[in-house]
Write a protein that binds this ligand. Structure first.
Ligand code: AMP
Ligand code: GLY
Length: 423
């Protein structure tokens, strides 16, 4: 079968790499893709939100499954677009319909969902420009740090954590009145700060049955010791050593099961990945956020550990037969390190030549922000390339990734040297 992946990052290169191992795959297309996907699939110069162009390509290339990488097209209703179109409605889309994608598209929607289904999460209230004064009063009742979240999609930048009450009030005003995150911050969720250690859970569901994929831990800050600005993610480890059976049972019973059941009860059609951002507070897991896709760079550590044929898994999602599949996981640890452009996550330059990655041995290289120009591979984003290695434990996996990263070069290249420091 011919498959189209939407997206252009490390997550999509990893999915392309995994799908291309399947004997069931015909031709693989990625829109728009990167230099890495170009090596194993055909890149199509189409934006992920250009549904009409996607339709044209799907018909032209006889594509019979679409796998959606990022949240944007899902929140914009790409799955619904396929279902409503006479020539596309039988083509399965891996990714939820718009109504369910609101779990990521609106923080308030996600909070209401969790409250309705008794899923543990931080206490919250939401505010608009009209209720700014109430927002100030709510902040005054909380103890610092203060957590302010833009309700809508803000490219991963919409969460502010502030220690000072005055600053929190000022930011609340900037978000609500001055449109700091545009329309995404027309509504702001303020929530109780949860102190603990974070981990991510990925669930693949066909709307009825589901599989819990390997756990992962992402390192979001640019600086060592989890300092500095937030990024898309600087590295990941899977599995998370502290996610033992006791914690996983709690996560399953209190969070995963009620989430999938809640989707059914609320009539939110879901065929795809659910990413549950968790924090372990004391001995108890609580939900920080839902995303309606795989995480990046968590995918680069999680997907290589899945031993099943990915086309078969997606086919089971499409047909609603996921329950009949037995998930096989590599029990080694995978460790991913992300190489980023100098200056990222603030302003950075693109178009720098990347060399040496062909010399990486015994590890996997996944491209993120890269492109090919005149036979050269150039940087084309903040997060440029990831290296994933396996090891008997996370330290061994990490040391192999760090050994190989030395071979890769581009001007301004930066990466975190302390992934896993907190484990
Ligand atoms: P998000 O963009 O929702 O992933 O949030 C970004 C980061 O903010 C999370 O990964 C957490 O580290 C942090 N965060 C979000 N909500 C809370 C909370 N209620 N308490 C503590 N940290 C939080
Ligand atoms: N690594 C975090 C995310 O994909 O949102």
């Amino acid at each position: 079968m011919n498959i189209l992946i939407l997206g252009s990052g490390g997550r999509e290169h990893t999915l392309a790499w995994k799908l291309s191992q399947s004997p069931k795959l015909g031709s693989l297309f990625v829109a728009p893709g990167n230099a890495g996907t170009a090596e194993i699939a055909k890149n199509l110069a189409i934006g992920v939100n250009d549904f009409e162009k996607i339709k044209e390509a799907v018909l032209k290339h006889q594509i019979s499954m679409v796998v959606v990488g990022p949240e944007d097209p899902l929140v914009n209703g790409v799955h619904d677009f396929f279902l409503k179109d006479n020539s596309l409605h039988e083509i399965p889309v891996i990714g939820p319909q718009k109504a369910a994608a609101m779990l990521e598209g609106s923080k308030q929607f996600a909070k209401e969902f969790m409250i309705r289904h008794a899923i543990p999460t931080a206490a919250y209230q939401s505010f608009t420009a009209d209720s700014l004064e109430d927002g100030y009063a709510f902040l005054e009742k909380l103890t610092p740090p203060y957590v302010l979240k833009a309700d809508g999609l803000a490219a991963g930048k919409g969460v502010l954590i502030l220690n000072d009450l005055g600053e929190a009030k000022e930011e609340l005003k900037t978000m609500l009145i001055d449109g700091k995150f545009g329309n995404a911050s027309a509504k702001v969720v303020i929530e109780e700060f949860l102190a603990g250690i974070e981990l991510s859970i990925f669930v693949l569901t066909d709307g009825n049955g589901y599989k819990v994929l390997p756990t992962a831990k992402d390192y979001k800050r640019i600086g060592e010791g989890d300092t500095g600005l937030n990024t898309g993610g600087m590295g990941a480890i899977s599995p998370v050593p502290f996610a033992d059976k006791v914690l996983m049972d709690k996560i399953h019973d209190r969070i995963v099961k009620p989430t999938v059941e809640g989707l059914k009860i609320d009539n939110l059609p879901y065929k795809g990945f659910i990413f549950i951002g968790l924090i372990k507070v004391g001995e108890d897991p609580m939900v920080i956020e839902y995303n309606v896709r795989l995480g990046d760079p968590e995918t680069e550590a999680v997907v290589p550990r899945i031993q099943n044929d990915l086309v078969s898994l997606f086919d089971a999602v499409a047909k609603g037969t996921l329950d009949t599949i037995d998930l096989q996981i590599d029990d080694r640890t995978a460790a991913t390190i992300m190489m980023v452009s100098g200056g990222y996550p603030e302003a950075y330059e693109k178009g720098k030549e990347i060399s040496g990655y062909e010399e990486v041995q015994d590890s996997l290289v996944f491209h993120a922000g890269t492109k090919v120009e005149d036979d050269k591979v150039l940087t084309n984003g903040g997060r440029v390339m990831a290296i994933t290695s396996f090891g008997a434990d996370f330290k061994k996996a990490l040391s192999k990734s760090y050994e190989n990263i030395e071979k890769v070069h581009f001007p301004g290249m930066n990466y975190r040297k302390d992934i896993g420091f907190d484990l």
